[in-house]
Design a protein around this ligand. Structure first.
Ligand code: FAD
Ligand code: SF4
Length: 487
């Protein structure tokens, strides 16, 4: 436990006396020279001071704004008193991947946007304090998973993305024997394959996977559902199944010039950049070139910032709405601007322009007008005829999000009900229409957020527990050799 003496500040008015401390960012010029993370962590004194700014609202709006129901005021109070281990324990009781949710959470649109101080003073730096607590807990060995007696029940988790990992973590802590299957050779899903390391260094995900392995979770990598094993086999061999195999079918855009050389998916550049960090080369070379990214979400920001790190000479984002309607975290937009990206707002793509060699030379955009607040708070837009303009570029990257993947070739899937987004339909416990088969994350919603993915996994873990308690199922464990794949 840490020192509990208070710094020399009147806690009642700390929010007035102390400014919010931002400034833990590495300078943009340094960031552009590598793929390392952007943010540093508070030291203990700063974490305490910043937590002290929280006024402990009786009806905390910050909690209402968190999809995981993070008990923010409780761990703020403990942090302010210097009880960091206890604070981390409260924080960790609401999420299974705290070090990842804290990095990916668009807090400036959720808890921090709703913080009561916003308007009177700058909101509490909830996300940064959260990151401090996570690293404190890891550094002091307090994130280790406590040994638990096996309960004799087995669960197959398909997909080692954040959803699969969170579900494995939640169930493994309850004594279930978990086997996680993934067709890739590296666990972590989009967190590892698509997200740039400056957002999340891969060692952070590896640390979590190592903890799960040490706790007895088995990873069968290189094993593809629909090819190396079937859902029906899993049903025979496990007591329950969690499907978390994501939705990695990128949206395309049917534009004139779509097939010109130099038009690619943003995810392709991101995957290539990640692979390059581990030594593989890549076919897309943006160094010294001009780049336009179409879209405004997290993937667009990551693509802009990756292109800048790869040496692109000019990097422009064209988005149909305005800055206030960008779907991702505002902080990532600010980071992109600091690093040199330029934004053209209220511009919809009409065509990609090319030369006689079939290479991209530009993109034609059309101005848009925004209407009043629409469903979900985002404003609808309408293209304005006669406002076309061209932007010269060598590359166009599409960052338009994901759609549910066609379900793997598996006889059981023909019996699964789908929802209106073409994802797998689930009930309030994440159970599909097939008893004992649960699903969550992007495979249910299409593109979503890590917070929602972890929330689904936690719900499913509770649902599986309740379902198996009802069924009183006691089936033999799957023989490890049945399904193949590497450990
Ligand atoms: C560039 C980018 C930036 C993002 N930024 C953010 C952000 O800032 N904040 C945020 O909250 N979210 C962000 N997201 C979204 C977030 O990464 C996803 O919502 C999340 O990873 C989905 O988790 P999942 O576990 O459902 O699926 P995934 O992460 O897609 O994992 C699914 C896993 O299933 C495996 N799999 C697929 N098919 C099979 C099969 N047939 N057999 C076996 N295994 C299979 C895959 O290999 C994969 O490992 C971003 C996504 C991208 C691409
Ligand atoms: S809304 Fe802000 S001040 Fe109130 S409890 Fe939450 S973090 Fe603290």
């Amino acid at each position: 436990m840490s020192d509990t003496s208070s710094p020399d500040i009147n806690p009642k008015y700390a929010w007035r006396e102390l400014a919010r401390a931002d400034g833990l960012k590495r300078p943009a010029a340094d960031r552009l020279a590598d793929f390392l993370e952007v943010y540093g962590h508070y030291d203990e004194a700063t974490a305490r001071e910043q937590a002290m700014r929280c006024v402990q609202c009786p009806d905390p709006l910050c909690v209402t704004g968190c999809p995981l129901g993070n008990r923010i005021p409780e761990w703020m109070a403990l942090t302010a008193e210097g009880h960091f281990s206890e604070a981390a324990a409260v924080l960790h009781s609401q999420t299974n991947l705290p070090e990842i949710t804290a990095r990916f959470c668009p807090s400036d649109r959720l808890c921090e946007a709703l913080c009561i101080l916003d308007g009177k003073a700058q909101p509490i730096s909830i996300r940064t304090i959260e990151q401090f607590l996570n690293e404190y807990a890891f550094a002091h060995g307090e994130s280790e998973m406590a040994a638990v007696a096996p309960n004799g029940l087995t669960v197959a988790v398909v997909g080692a993305g954040p959803g699969g990992l969170a579900c494995a973590d939640a169930l493994s802590r309850r004594g279930y024997a978990i086997t996680v299957f993934d067709w890739r050779l590296v666990a972590g899903g989009l967190l590892v394959s698509g997200t740039p390391a400056f957002r999340l260094e891969k060692s952070i995900v590896e640390r979590r996977i190592e903890m799960l392995r040490k706790h007895g979770v088995t990873f069968r990598l290189g094993a593809k559902l629909g090819e190396d094993f079937t859902c029906a086999e899993l049903r025979d061999d496990f007591d329950a199944i969690y499907l978390g195999f994501g939705a990695r079918k990128v949206r395309d855009l049917d534009l004139p010039g779509r097939n010109l050389a130099g038009v690619d998916q943003a995810l392709t550049l991101l995957l290539q950049a990640q692979a390059a960090l581990t030594g593989d080369g890549g076919r897309i070379q943006v160094s010294g070139k001009r780049v336009v990214v179409l879209g405004g979400g997290d993937m667009a920001m990551d693509c802009l910032r990756t292109a800048l790190r790869l040496g692109a000479r000019e990097v422009v984002c064209a988005y149909r709405r305005d800055a206030a309607n960008l779907p991702g975290a505002h902080s990532e937009y600010e980071n992109a601007i600091e690093e040199g990206a330029r934004f053209i707002f209220q511009a919809a793509p009409m065509a990609v322009l090319g030369n006689d060699l079939g290479q991209v030379t530009g993109v034609r955009l059309l101005r848009t007008e925004l209407g009043g607040a629409g469903a979900g708070g985002r404003r609808p837009f309408r293209a304005v005829a006669g406002t076309e303009f061209d932007v010269t570029t060598d590359f166009v990257f599409l960052a338009l999000g994901f759609e549910p993947v066609p379900l793997p070739n598996d006889s059981l899937f023909s019996a699964l009900s789908l929802n209106d987004k073409n994802g797998i339909a689930v009930d309030e416990n994440q159970m599909t229409n097939i008893p004992g088969v649960f699903a969550g994350g992007d495979v249910v919603h299409g593109p979503s957020t890590v917070l929602e993915v972890v929330r689904d996994a936690r719900r499913a873990a509770r649902g599986i527990e309740a379902h198996l308690a009802d069924q009183r199922v006691t089936r033999p464990r799957l023989a490890a050799t049945v399904l193949g794949g590497s450990q």
